[in-house]
Design a binder for this molecule. Sequence first.
Ligand code: SF4
Length: 52
Amino acid sequence: MSRNTSIKCTVSQCKNHCKGENYCSLDCVTIGTHELNPTKNECTDCKSFKLD
Ligand code: SF4
């Protein structure tokens, strides 16, 4: 699994996470929100997350 140094991520529970290094392995990820009117970073989500 190769790290994409352009995408930092700390979600080690994700299948796409480079374990031991805080990077994503995907070439590109999709970010979205679960809120109607997002106001802070907690309102946003990585939609490319997959449970490991
Ligand atoms: S898909 Fe999203 S949550 Fe998963 S490792 Fe990549 S950036 Fe992190």
